[in-house]
Design a protein around this ligand. Structure first.
Ligand code: UDX
Ligand code: ADP
Length: 458
């Protein structure tokens, strides 16, 4: 079969894999190839055990792989053949040198740009999919267009808004698709080529076209606003615990105001994930570099509240368990940063587990999908730590249970059975406010939720 267009995606991660699988599914006349330097990852994409867990992804890959979706380590051939190259390599926060702890580390991005430069033999559209600092497209365009091969590269920004756990639904039915380009004739032509891909299934009024800087900044701003809502509700949760207000009731009441809206008002142990902290730090760094100190401090406080909320959760555990947890078995239900994913990047569970271990607690980590990542996150920890996928075994003989991920599975457990197997008095800390606290209290648990008065038998 001859394909109308060849699309390449460099970086077979959480963003690249699902996005390309959806494009392949919706655009059967396009050949979509996903490449990565990590050959184990590519082998996994070609197997029946995909490297990431995402509901609906297996079925999507099954339908398209080998037909018009291909996973390969052949970066060089991929670049040569492609008309359009999506770049979704990792852009972590810099850990060294200037801007360490805030700026984005663009080494993988720049290496990719140079690879494209070396192997390309004709004009290409290069699409930024990774979250990048504003004006990265400009730098990339400079690197790419300084070639002596007479090849023209047009850089387009198409930031990804998918959330993990709902990636397939988000890709299939996005709120919006954002496509930013230069406003030159070549830029507009490249923009149209990307619009054409999404127009295969996304209603045209949801495809937003804008300049390249707006597209880049919109991605950072969207994540900063979302994270800010969580820090805002979490800050009020602390006040609820001191008063007789209940955070769920407060969130429901304010969420009814159409201007505020009901979503993203769930108080909890804190936000995690690969994007929120990284993107805010990035925004902070950009503001600082433009001398906008007050703006940088404003956004930085969103992260400070998040870290404070994580620490506050551990402090509540410690104080309520008579100020000592040394030698006490504590079961952590959930380690992923949210439900329906095995991803643990920036998960609040990492901070909670480490803090409990510092207090010499005997920690058992349980999670249906994230235990491999949890083992990796805690591999340097010498203290008493174990991993147990079965929640009943994890909680057996425990003094306390801390629920850290909002998996449906944890809503449906037999808590009476769990209580019977635990040390008494039994403590339950609901870091996601997903359980029926009154019912658990009536069973005999001492229940501590976020933003609610504790329910204690003593
Ligand atoms: C986020 C953005 O939602 C997405 O648009 C962007 O492309 C990438 O970053 P993701 O990190 O996958 O997606 O997950 P998200 O659902 O946003 O949750 C992030 C964190 O916030 C999780 O730890 C979640 O548990 C927490 N959260 C979310 C809350 O604590 N309360 C809420 O009300 C919502
Ligand atoms: P994201 O969540 O943004 O998708 P991931 O870390 O899951 O990030 O995926 C990024 C992928 O990019 C990784 O699989 C990594 O191996 C790959 N990668 C990084 N640099 C390159 C490169 N120069 N060429 C090909 N793949 C790369």
């Amino acid at each position: 079969m001859t394909f109308e267009k060849q699309i390449l995606c460099i970086g077979a991660g959480y963003v690249g894999g699902p996005t390309m699988a959806m494009i392949a599914m919706k655009c059967p006349r396009y050949k979509v190839t996903v490449v990565d330097i990590n050959s184990a990852r590519i082998a996994a994409w070609n197997s029946n055990a995909l490297p990431i867990y995402e509901p609906g992804l297996d079925a999507l890959v099954q339908k398209t792989r080998g037909t018009n979706l291909f996973f390969s380590t052949g970066i060089e051939q991929g670049i040569q053949a492609a008309d359009i190259i999506f770049v979704s390599v990792n852009t972590p926060t810099k850990t060294f040198g200037h801007g360490a702890g805030k700026a984005a580390d663009l080494q993988f991005w720049e290496k990719t740009a140079r690879q494209i430069l070396v192997h390309a033999t004709n004009n290409k559209i290069v699409v930024e999919k990774s979250t990048l600092p504003v004006r990265t497209a400009e730098a990339m365009e400079r690197i790419l267009n300084q070639n002596t091969k007479n090849i023209h590269f047009e850089v387009v920004s198409n930031p990804e808004f998918l959330a993990e756990g709902t990636a397939i639904a988000d890709l299939e039915n996005p709120d919006r698709v954002l496509i930013g380009s230069q406003e030159t004739p070549d830029g507009l032509k490249a923009r149209k080529a990307i619009v054409d891909i999404y127009a295969h299934w996304v209603p045209r009024d949801r495809i937003i076209e804008c300049n390249v800087w707006s597209a880049e900044l919109s991605k950072l701003t969207a994540n900063a606003f979302l994270a800010q809502r969580i820090s805002s509700i979490n800050s009020i949760s602390a006040l609820c615990e001191r008063t007789e207000a209940d955070i769920t009731e407060v969130a429901a009441a304010i969420g009814k105001d159409a201007r505020i809206g009901a979503k993203f008002l769930r108080a909890g142990v804190g936000f995690g994930g690969s994007c929120f902290k990284k993107d805010i730090l990035n925004l902070v760094y950009i503001c600082q570099s433009y001398g906008l100190t007050e703006i940088a401090e404003y956004w930085e406080s969103v992260i400070r509240i998040n870290e404070w909320q994580e620490r506050r959760f551990v402090r509540t555990m410690l104080e309520s368990m008579f100020n000592t947890i040394a030698g006490k078995k504590i079961a952590l239900l959930g380690f992923a940063f949210k439900a329906d994913t095995g991803d643990t990047r920036e998960s609040p569970a990492i901070v909670v587990a480490r803090s409990l271990l510092e207090e010499h607690a005997d920690v058992v980590v349980s999670d249906p999908k994230a235990l491999d990542n949890a083992r990796e996150d805690l591999k340097d920890v010498p203290q008493a730590l174990s991993f147990e996928v079965d929640p009943y075994r994890a909680t057996d003989g425990a003094h306390a249970v801390a629920l850290l991920t909002d998996w449906q599975l944890y809503r449906d457990l037999d808590y009476e059975r769990i209580l019977q197997s635990m040390e008494q008095p039994a403590f339950l800390f609901d870091g996601r406010n997903i359980l029926d606290h009154k019912k658990l209290f009536d069973l005999g648990f001492n229940v501590f939720a976020i933003g609610k008065a504790p329910l204690k038998h003593f």
